[in-house]
Design a protein. Sequence first.
Length: 185
Amino acid sequence: MAVLFTTLVAFVAFGERIGLRRALALLAGFAGVVVLATAKASGLALGPAVVAGTAAAFCYGIGMKPVKRRLGDVPAAAAAGATLSVGALLVLPFALAAWPAQPVSAAAWASAVTLGVVGTGLIFIPYYRLIQRIGAPRTAVVAYLIPVFGVLLALWLFLGEPVTARMLLAGLLILGSVAVSQRSR
């Protein structure tokens, strides 16, 4: 949804053109994410998670365009470091409020640091560079790739679960939408 919100905010607030081809591609990618997400979530009560995910996606949609405008001249690594540091400070009170009573294991700390540094920190550098080079709406489409690689890595590679026809359909919708939306006229 971050992709759709970023595109809609760029269109409504900043007058960027979407175009029919790109709009259809974005919707196809969104449909792929829905197909992929509902495969594992059938029957679960997801209300609070859907609200939180939608709110986070909306915040991405609002935040990406100002990043290009306000941080366009700042090196990508500095922009990534600054925004991640501010984000960490904003979630700190919630983390402290939910801190576990028992000590956190070294393996849990190592996992959290690895995800934070590699999975977020290092990835945000090329992400901000893309925002500077091609703009927020086109960069946001990269977010559609996260569920595809998440399923491939988590389920198939690490957990050995089978890749289903539904997953393949979702992956084709997502990858196809990314390819079509990024293609030049």
